[in-house]
Design a protein around this ligand. Structure first.
Ligand code: FE2
Length: 376
């Protein structure tokens, strides 16, 4: 078992729930109109679709943004009694829905609910002049939801009920292509039950594990296991805090999110140097670069890479390798005032892992930020 590569392990998933990829990610936010402007300006997303009072939706406004294959939905409630209002009151801005693109939303619901999933949305068929979409939903960790979206009989922009969002402000994209993985933070003792849930209910397979002996710095410790569906299109690493000298970064997240939830969304690029330069010029804040010694040691640690080291060092881009190749990655600072959700920019050059060799450098950088917030 342990000698299998990550790619080989993925093939062991029980694919009773074929998933074609991430359909979209929906965030509940305090002010979707302004958040949409931020994601366009800073990250290079494009305006795609809108739903709200003007389209007959009375209780919320939703803005759909697109870049590459990534669709982000930003939703705000329009009154104090909405469940969305309650969600934002507790968690602040954050990811509510990780929607999965499936061939059969009704079957996905039956397969997962019969295996113990908690129901979020009974299967429904919604229609407009562009066809029909079938959807259903189940809860995963915390109040986070997996929506199953079946759109083979739909030709519209996003979902029935949305109209095209035409904007006179259309900044260029930043080279973001697709969702590589989405990471969840769960509470003390909750990683293994969550892993088992993904195995039993979703038929996913555990492709990588890191314990607190591998992942700890002087202060911050965590444990992590990566779950993947069979074709590897959808990967969900799950983190749990571990005891360290001071507060784990995962515990800081749980305190500020007031519960379990999505910690980061990793988005892929074909040219991380160009993408990160572009994002930095638009004001996206990244974690500090590791010390010079990290880059001096890089050729020894990862071997030969295609990129020049100087621009990587200048931008603070991290590099790691596994038996299948290497990867380059960089993490933003949290994108809201609570230190909760952040983004990862990742470029894979063969490697199918998640940068465990960078955890020490990464955590030391995160700890410097935690210390600034007085949460270490
Ligand atoms: Fe990641």
């Amino acid at each position: 078992m342990e000698t299998l590569t990550v790619s080989q392990k993925m093939t062991q998933a029980k694919d009773f729930l074929p998933i074609n990829g991430t359909d979209h990610i929906e965030l509940y936010v305090g002010n979707a109109k302004q958040a949409a402007h931020f994601y366009k300006t800073a990250f290079g997303f494009q305006s795609l679709a809108y739903a709200g009072p003007e389209t007959g939706v009375k209780d919320r406004a939703s803005y759909v943004l697109q870049q590459g294959k990534i669709r982000l939905v930003l939703t705000s409630p329009l009154n104090s009694k909405s469940a969305i209002t309650e969600h934002i009151k507790i968690h602040g801005d954050g990811v509510k829905i990780l929607a999965l693109w499936v061939d059969d939303a009704y079957k996905s619901f039956e397969e997962t609910v019969s295996r113990g999933a908690k129901v979020y949305m009974e299967p429904v068929t919604i229609k407009d002049s562009d066809g029909e979409v079938r959807m259903s939903g189940i809860y995963t960790y915390g109040e986070t939801v997996h929506l199953f979206v079946e759109r083979k009989n739909y030709t519209g922009l996003f979902l029935p009920g949305y109209k095209a969002w035409k904007s006179s402000y259309n900044p260029t994209d930043a080279g973001l292509l697709y969702i590589d993985h989405c990471v969840g933070n769960v509470g003390w003792g909750r990683m293994n039950p969550t892993i088992k849930w993904y195995e039993d209910v979703m038929g996913f397979v555990n492709i990588l594990s890191f314990d607190d002996k591998q992942i700890n710095t002087e202060y911050s410790a965590l444990m992590s296991k990566v779950m993947s569906n069979g074709n590897g299109y959808v990967k969900f690493p799950i983190n749990e805090p571990a005891e360290g000298k001071k507060k784990s970064q995962i515990e800081e997240y749980l305190d500020f999110y007031e519960g379990e939830g999505v910690q980061h969304i990793a988005v892929a690029t074909h040219d991380i140097v160009a993408t990160v330069k572009e994002l930095m010029s638009r004001g996206v804040e990244f974690l500090d670069a590791p010390p010079n010694a990290y880059y001096e040691d890089l050729p020894n640690r990862v071997g030969k890479i295609d990129e020049d080291i100087a621009p990587l060092q200048e931008l603070g881009i991290l590099v790691d390798c596994d038996e299948e190749g290497y990867l380059l990655q960089l993490f933003t600072k949290p994108v809201e005032d609570r230190p909760t959700l952040f983004f990862e920019i990742i470029q894979r050059k063969g490697a199918q892992s998640f940068g465990a060799g960078n955890f020490k450098a990464l955590f030391e950088s995160i700890e410097r930020e935690q210390a600034k917030r007085g949460n270490l």
